[in-house]
Design a protein around this ligand. Structure first.
Ligand code: NAD
Ligand code: GLY
Length: 374
């Protein structure tokens, strides 16, 4: 049996001068020796994956890399709770033990957790080596693998220790979504919906119609959703690589979401689930400011429900807990909380004037809804 033939369905370019790179979207991409070789410069490679993803996809990648060079496999435990300095240190120790030089390439094969830790290790090993993202969750394909944010968590805050370090290339294989658990697919759809809300009303309208095909894992619908999401993210990142300004719109719902993730313990709520609830809260706040029509709340709620995402905050989370955790977020600048709201669907803005009363009103109502869901 020969190698499957790779099919590139779309290529998105992330335009960052000397740090520019392609995002390939298609089928069987990382089994393609030629495509890989174009982006692995030296003869040393370290593949970083986890215990769940490695048996599914690492053998194909290894076969495509061939026997010509040195390949180290670093397999981490699975889960957000392992996105730690300890895992980061483990990667560095393996690279040192196997005498990887500055010309090594790290290849992250997995979801956002593996991608974020590997990227951070690549940013730090010998002051920076190259890395390639092979994202295997929808969330990682449309968000974390593109844009160069890398990090690990700390008990006192999520993604608090990290660096900006762009990959050399991103290989997105829609086949990998066929082994993804349904809950993880839904979590990725939250980030896809985010792009429509923040910068593309037509894409949002497309999602309202395409959701059944996406949930049915239709390859061409998934590839289209991934391509449109990555293209929107690439535009925002090209305009503001280090989040001095407009890039912050990519955090719609995230300040609320990070508070949920931190309060519940990393790994209990999925990132995308927390973001879904956060986006609905941000939309309600936009409605309360008179910017968005009331019926957009029910439209978004219906879309999130269809995507099998939660709508309510966790039972037991009080407004005071939210406000405390949100105040520790990275987006707080000079003591002012910055939130992403919507002026209209497809048009996000960043505000720093949300008052304590506004938040208490919003979160008090959310707590009441969570206590008596209809
Ligand atoms: P994840 O990496 O934990 O993956 C989810 C689960 O799916 C894991 O159990 C994983 O082993 C499994 N899995 C992955 N691919 C699979 C496949 N093809 N088949 C079967 N199982 C598979 O979670 P995630 O949602 O991909 O990423 C979340 C992380 O991404 C968070 O840590 C978040 O902070 C981070 N993130 C980073 C950025 C960024 O810009 N760097 C953006 C968004 C999110
Ligand atoms: N996920 C937000 C960003 O990449 O900026």
């Amino acid at each position: 049996m020969g190698c499957p033939v790779s099919v590139i369905m779309h290529t998105v370019h992330v335009d960052l001068a000397e740090r520019s790179y392609p995002v390939y979207i298609g089928r069987d991409l990382f089994s393609d020796p030629q495509l890989l070789r174009q982006h692995v410069r030296g003869r040393e490679v370290a593949i970083v994956s986890n215990v769940t993803v490695a048996p599914l996809y690492v053998p194909r990648l290894r076969a495509a890399l061939g026997d010509g060079g040195r390949v180290t496999e670093i397999i981490l435990p699975d889960g957000e709770q392992h996105k730690t300095l300890a895992s980061f240190e483990h990667i560095l120790e393996r690279l040192l033990a196997d005498r990887h030089s500055r010309s090594t390439t790290l290849i992250a094969v997995g979801g956002g957790v593996v991608g974020d830790i590997t990227g951070f290790a690549a940013a730090c090993y010998q002051r920076g080596v190259e890395f390639i993202q092979v994202p295997t969750t929808l969330l990682a394909q449309v968000d974390s693998s593109v844009g160069g944010k890398t990090a690990v968590n700390h008990a006192l805050g999520k993604n608090m220790i990290g660096a900006f370090h762009q990959p050399r290339a991103v290989f997105i294989d829609t086949n990998s979504l066929h082994t993804l658990p349904a809950r993880e697919l839904s979590a990725g759809l939250a980030e896809v919906i985010k792009y429509g809300l923040i910068c593309d009303a037509d894409f949002y309208a497309w999602l309202l119609e395409a959701m059944p095909r996406l949930l049915g894992r239709d390859d061409s619908a998934l590839a289209e959703a991934i391509e449109r999401s990555c293209a929107l993210k690439a535009q925002v990142v090209a305009a503001d690589e280090r989040e001095g300004g407009v890039r912050a719109i990519l955090n719609l719902g995230h300040t609320f979401g990070h508070a949920i993730e931190t309060a519940q313990g990393y790994g209990s709520w999925l990132h995308g689930e927390a973001v879904a609830v956060g986006m609905l809260l941000a939309l309600r706040l936009s409605v309360a400011r008179g910017w968005i029509a009331e019926d957009e709340v029910s439209r978004l709620a219906a879309l999130l429900r269809e995507a099998r995402l939660p709508l309510d905050i966790p039972a037991g989370m009080t407004p005071a807990m939210f406000i405390d955790l949100m105040g520790r977020d990275k987006k707080v600048v000079d003591g002012r909380m910055r939130l992403v709201l919507l002026r209209e669907i497809g048009d996000a803005c960043i505000v720093d004037d949300v008052t304590g009363e506004e938040l208490e009103g919003l979160l008090g109502a959310a707590q009441a809804r969570a206590a008596s869901p209809c």
